[in-house]
Design a protein around this ligand. Structure first.
Ligand SMILES: N[C@@H](CCC(=O)N[C@@H](CS)C(=O)NCC(=O)O)C(=O)O
Length: 154
């Protein structure tokens, strides 16, 4: 059995859970919640970055981050469903865009949750514009290209 270190609120964790679902691999993974704010949580030993998700393979190898996990799962599955060989660049670019959108949203959430009393710095004010551009990019990409016609899309 593999172990997925994640948490219910993590968008990157959900991405991996969706990948597992699409590949029909949910029953091969135990999800173990991680508390990234706790210094005693073993996630820091599994991923030096202290971030979730991390996938612990059956031989104990820890795989991170979510892009690498998705690629790893696709390789284990072997059918090329998530990252079809002929569309690799397009799909990975799409993933980078969606990941960037989530990064920007998470940054905003952390700013509110962990630094409520201070005015955000100029750099942290950039995510909304980035999210807007990224959202537009995702929509354009979906409208223009064929990745969503892969058999396992939702
Ligand atoms: N690039 C990483 C991003 C992962 C990430 O930002 N995870 C957040 C939760 S959704 C996290 O672990 N944050 C804790 C921290 O930054 O200390 C991935 O794709 O897995």
């Amino acid at each position: 059995m593999m172990i997925l270190r994640s948490s219910p609120a993590s968008p990157f964790g959900r991405k991996v859970k969706m990948a597992l679902s699409v590949l029909g691999m949910l029953d091969r993974v135990d999800v173990v919640n991680a508390d990234t704010t706790s210094p005693s949580d073993s996630i820091r030993a599994q991923n030096p970055l202290g971030k979730i998700p991390a996938l612990i393979l059956e031989d104990g190898t820890a795989v991170y981050d979510s892009r690498v996990i998705v690629d790893c799962l696709d390789g284990l599955d072997g059918r090329g469903i998530l990252v079809p060989p002929g569309q690799r660049l397009l799909v990975l670019r799409q993933q980078a865009l969606a990941d960037g959108l989530m990064d920007a949203a998470i940054l905003q959430m952390y700013e509110k949750r962990f630094r409520p009393a201070r005015a955000p710095c100029a750099k942290l004010a950039r995510p909304p514009a980035r999210q807007g551009r990224a959202g537009t990019g995702v929509c354009r990409s979906i409208a223009e290209r064929a990745w969503h016609r892969c058999p396992a899309h939702w």
